[in-house]
Design a protein around this ligand. Structure first.
Ligand SMILES: Nc1nc2c(c(=O)[nH]1)N[C@H]1C(S)=C(S)[C@@H](COP(=O)(O)O)O[C@H]1N2
Ligand SMILES: [Mo]
Length: 421
């Protein structure tokens, strides 16, 4: 038997009796580690260790709600089921995780720096995290960050990559300084066309010189009030998985533009050309293509604002209610750079629609709450569908929209099943 961490014990073959029970010496050692003898230790089976020695739940160890769904553990990719996104402000433990590489080793706020460089800065400059906090005013915004590949699982033929269903989205409250204030302080030239971020995460190959991902946004988006260099999430420190201690946050655009573990921003005189800026990454065909077809590099365009979408967060799909009972449904709707103008719902497979109550966003680029009181005419199986329409009059499609090689931008209506019994 070997001791790993303080409370973890590896049980070897020799520690187990022929009948599958732990030998006395092993349970005695466990008792020492727990700090109390294990009474009835003769009944402890090797396949059912005392709780302190059971393998940790990775989600719990990561500070995540145990009901989140792990799609990949190297790198971490974890999604949130829709009914866990019911909070107005997404709590950290319910935020989906999308990593392209491995977590940085060192994320010490005390020694962290951010450097600003590139063809379009007047002079390079570097700030400590403390200098950023001291020098510039702080702002807080609730921002929708949705992975460009959210909903990928529904495309046919399937697209490679994490098979996100609905939950690669969060709308948390970020606090930081405005990127535009920092860029003003540095001084940018009129050649400035794009910004690109660099973070401190580690490439899957382990090669320290290889950049995991370095994306960015056009300068007009970078200079918006809501584009933050954030040092706080929901009033606390940014959790390690989400970019501790510093993160670029760009609401309403693919979340891949919100660089975690932010250490450098380059102000470019061209479209930023870091890893994962080039097609087909985070890009879609410039025109509709036949499902399954090959698309030439020059026929892709980079995704900018995300499309209008909504999610029913209450009740959970599969809800049962009694005949004659009304059902309160609620959810969120968002529309990239735009505002959501209305949300409708249907209980008859889209034949007729009723208006849901819709709240204004707490700030630009945040999601909006919708609610409705639903009446069902008789017993039976129903689906509740929700459909949002944005300020330009664009609505969600009822079926999976334009197939594209990487499976981006699926904003089809969300459906939940309801039984009236
Ligand atoms: N440095 C760095 N930033 C990154 C990524 C990454 O792998 N490394 N992934 C991006 C992608 S693709 C997404 S969808 C979001 C996910 O943010 P979250 O994990 O906080 O939910 O982070 C973005 N920022
Ligand atoms: Mo993403």
């Amino acid at each position: 038997m070997s001791k790993e961490k303080s409370r973890s014990i590896r049980v070897n073959k020799g520690d187990v009796s022929r009948r599958g029970f732990l030998k006395n010496s092993v349970v005695a050692a466990m008792g020492t580690l727990i700090g109390a003898p294990i009474v009835f230790s003769e009944n402890v089976r090797a396949n059912m260790l005392p709780l302190p020695f059971q393998q940790g739940d990775p989600l719990k160890d990561l500070g995540k709600d145990p009901a989140l769904i792990v799609l990949n553990d190297r790198p971490w990719n974890i999604e949130t089921p829709p009914h866990l996104l019911d909070d107005e402000i997404t709590p950290a433990d319910k935020m989906f995780v999308r990593n392209n590489g491995l977590l940085p080793k060192e994320t010490d706020a005390g020694t962290w720096t951010l450097s600003i460089d590139g063809e379009a800065v007047k002079r390079k400059k570097s700030y400590t995290l403390q200098e950023l906090k001291d020098k510039f005013p702080h702002y807080s915004y609730q921002l929708v960050l949705e992975c460009g590949g959210n909903g990928r699982a529904e495309f046919n033929p399937p697209a490679k990559g994490n098979q996100w269903r609905l939950g690669a989205i969060h709308c948390a409250r970020w606090t930081g300084v405005r990127l535009k204030d920092v860029l003003n302080d540095v001084g940018i030239t009129d050649k400035a066309k794009y910004i690109g971020y660099y973070g401190k995460d580690i490439h899957l190959s382990g090669n320290p010189d290889k950049v995991v991902i370095s994306r960015g946004v056009p300068i007009h988006k970078a200079l918006e009030d809501e584009t933050l260099i954030a040092f706080s999430l929901n009033g606390g420190p940014i959790p390690k998985l989400h970019g501790q201690p510093l993160r670029l946050v760009v609401g309403g655009w693919p979340a891949s533009t919100s660089g975690k573990w932010l250490s450098r921003i380059s102000v470019r005189d061209r479209v930023h050309d870091g890893p994962k800026m080039e097609a087909p990454s985070y890009s879609v065909p410039k025109f509709p293509v036949e499902p399954g077809s090959k698309v030439k590099h020059e026929d892709f365009k980079i995704i900018q604002s995300m499309p209008v979408k909504s999610l029913i967060t209450y009740p959970k799909s599969g809800a049962m209610i009694k005949e004659g009972q009304k059902l309160e449904i609620r959810g969120h709707a968002w529309a990239g750079d735009r505002e959501v103008k209305h949300v409708e719902y249907s209980i008859d497979f889209g034949a007729t629609w009723k208006e849901a109550r819709l709240s204004p966003p707490p700030n630009r680029l945040a999601w909006q709450r919708f609610q409705a009181t639903v009446d069902f005419p008789q017993k039976g199986y129903y689906e509740v569908w929700a459909k949002a329409t944005d300020s330009a009059g664009v609505s969600q499609p009822m079926v999976v929209p334009g197939w594209n090689p990487k499976g981006y931008l699926n904003n089809a209506t969300h459906r939940i099943a309801v039984k009236v019994v």
